[in-house]
Design a protein around this ligand. Structure first.
Ligand code: PEP
Length: 249
């Protein structure tokens, strides 16, 4: 792993202010683990409280709207999440693609809005099981990445992370095999180098998500071209999340 490891907790629609104690515990532990970049993406309602209480870790959002503002009841703009204290946004998660009908084009518009608001972007991609069984997983994921990003990105090495999350592995308890993860990450790396050039293409972190836990994290994070992990369920307790972080050192 050439890049500084990046471990991100995606709290999804979990967490009220009672969860702030977990964020504080993660932040305290992070102060002794500077070689790993650690971040949390709590629900919108906790971005500001987590940012206020945590000094060391990054804080991000799980989505943003592509428009700057306007008549979009219930939506939140990139500038709003930045104002609340977010430094990055997760975009294109399969739960948004499936549950909210988000298509690649919309994800690309959201990414443009996020970059314009000064946020970093974690772009999620991943194949359904049917594509993997048909031998089309790599083709599907590369097409998804290409279509879900704006055509011009300033400082992509600094501002973009790709999260490979096979849909069938998310929340299933069955992570992808290490060989399959390496094969996919290597294909993504090749695509990034071809698209953004050698320097930026190798600096963009490619993290894996899908049933990462304290038992499988070390092996996954040590695999070729894996720069860290996007963690859902196991990020909800400071203890299990920090065990994953320890595995990434
Ligand atoms: C996710 O949804 O981003 C995720 C990786 O979830 P889990 O770790 O629970 O599979």
């Amino acid at each position: 792993m050439a890049n500084r490891p990046f471990i991100v907790g995606n709290w999804k629609m979990h967490g009220t202010r009672a969860m702030l104690s977990e964020a504080r515990a993660i932040d305290r532990a992070a102060q002794r683990l500077m070689q790993v970049e650690i971040a949390l993406a709590p629900p919108f309602t906790l971005i500001h409280p987590v940012r206020r209480e945590a000094e060391q870790i990054g804080v991000g959002a799980q989505d943003c709207h592509p428009a700057d503002g306007g008549a979009h009841t219930g939506d939140i703009s990139a500038a709003m999440v930045a104002d609340a204290g977010a430094g990055f946004v997760i975009l294109g998660h399969s739960e948004r693609r499936d549950g909210h009908g988000e298509k690649d084009k919309l994800v690309a518009e959201k990414a443009q809005a996020a970059f314009d608001a000064g946020l970093k972007v974690i772009l999620c991609c991943g194949e359904p099981m049917a594509k993997r069984e048909a031998g089309k997983a790599v083709e599907h994921v590369l097409r998804q990445i290409k279509a879900s990003l704006p055509t011009e990105i300033e400082e992509p090495g600094e501002r973009l992370t790709i999260a490979y999350e096979p849909i069938w592995a998310i929340g299933s308890g069955a992570a992808a095999g290490v060989e399959d993860i390496s094969e996919m990450h290597s294909a993504i790396r090749e695509y990034l180098v071809k698209t953004f050039g050698e320097e930026a293409g190798t600096a963009i972190r490619i993290i894996y998500g899908g049933s990462v836990n304290a038992d499988n994290a070390a092996e996954i994070i040590a695999a070729d071209e894996v720069d860290g992990a996007l963690v859902g369920g196991a990020s909800l307790s400071a203890e299990s999340f920090m065990n994953i972080v320890l595995a990434a050192q």
